[in-house]
Design a protein. Structure first.
Length: 336
């Protein structure tokens, strides 16, 4: 009898263990998207989303906003004049809609990744093409995109306007025109100016600040300022980041961290990963501390897919998750 009771007790104990084990979440921390009222996003390549189930699972669990990494750029959408390739961009928007995610549109007017045929247009033709591009793309996704990077990287480091094909042929007014056309195409989307190396207060961010101020004084619908936040542990963390976000917010616009990553000189080690964690955490906290900071988006969430090694040889490991999707110290620092 005693032995039978012992056996049943053992069976019950094992059952309780199994139930506890099954009920335990994969990670003790809640998903990033659940620990803040801000959107938490990532840049997403359509190919990874389509082909990698583990990538998709982590994205879906942790984030509530997506930014197509390349798929909405002009060269991707309209490589030949009048011939549109919507499928990759559509696939990301459809994923977002099916999974309750918000979308950041990136980007309408940029000096990079525009189609070669623009180079052959006269000023008048280019102006019409920019208006048509903005109207066509924003109308297609009307109501499905929360925020658009209408103009991207319009400044040089010294704060002068970049001499892009758009400025050369259309003059400085192309920026205001782009925002006005965008407003007409999708009045519900928040319209952003977006740039890098504007996280600290300096010539470039001062110029962006003055442009936003002046455009708004003229009634141009600039509604957000995006801070890309591509950082590197070999430089100091941008001083006064929070105060800088706040001064833009005080102009009456939303602010967003749109492309955060923190690259490391390879090979990564514990000290570098800890420094990276510190930078991510400071950027996260700066956004949390500013009422109008509405979004914290990273430029990719896994070291498996990151633009960094291709652009900065010898650097990498810039994301919150490693190549096998294991959270790195930076993730744990933000979300202990
Ligand atoms: O699609 C072609 C492929 O067909 C070809 O075989 C391959 C060979 O090089 O190139 C592929 O295109 C690459 C494309 O990414 C898609 O992977 C381009 O070469 C490459 O230059 C391009 O890089 C992108 C970069 O913007 C271009 O400037 C990065 O993926 C993308 O992460 C990066 O994103 C930018 C933001 O839009 C704006 N802010 C900075 C950020 C990082 O540079």
């Amino acid at each position: 009898m005693a032995r039978t009771i012992q056996r049943w007790a053992a069976v019950l104990a094992l059952g309780a263990c199994l139930i506890t084990w099954q009920a335990a979440p994969a990670s003790a921390a809640p998903p990033l998207k659940d620990i803040t009222s801000r959107y938490v996003g990532s840049a997403v390549p359509a190919t990874a989303l389509a082909n990698e189930a583990d990538y998709r699972t982590t994205l879906t669990r942790e984030f509530d906003s997506v930014t197509p990494e390349n798929e909405m750029k002009w060269a991707s959408l309209e490589p030949n004049r009048g011939q549109y390739n919507w499928s990759a961009a559509d696939s990301i928007v459809n994923y977002a809609r099916q999974n309750g995610k918000s979308v950041r549109g990136h980007t309408l007017v940029w000096h990079n990744q525009y189609p070669g045929w623009l180079n052959n247009l006269s000023a008048g033709e280019l102006r019409a093409a920019v208006q048509q591009h903005i109207t066509t793309v924003m109308t297609r996704y009307q109501g499905k995109i929360r925020a658009w990077d209408v103009v991207n990287e319009v400044f040089n480091e010294d704060g002068t306007l970049r001499d892009s094909i758009f400025r050369q042929k259309l003059g400085d007014g192309y920026i205001a025109d782009a925002f006005r056309w965008a407003k007409q195409a999708d009045p519900g989307a928040k319209l952003y100016i977006n740039d890098y190396n504007v996280e600290w207060q300096g010539a470039k961010s001062n110029a962006m600040y003055e442009l936003v101020k002046s455009l708004r004084q003229q009634g141009v619908p600039v509604e957000g300022a995006g801070f890309q936040t591509h950082l590197s542990t070999q430089y100091g963390f941008p001083g006064g980041f929070q105060a800088n976000l706040q001064r833009f917010a005080d102009l009456g616009v939303d602010v967003a961290i749109t492309e955060a990553d923190v690259r490391i000189q390879l090979p990564a080690d514990a000290a570098k990963l800890s420094k990276q964690a510190d930078y991510f955490d400071q950027a996260w906290d700066a956004c949390q501390a500013v009422g109008r900071c509405v979004e914290f988006t990273t430029w990719g969430f896994t070291d498996r897919h990151s633009w960094v090694p291709g652009t900065f040889p010898g650097e990498g490991a810039a994301c919150l998750f490693d190549e096998s999707l294991k959270p790195k110290p930076a993730y744990t620092r933000i979300n202990p």
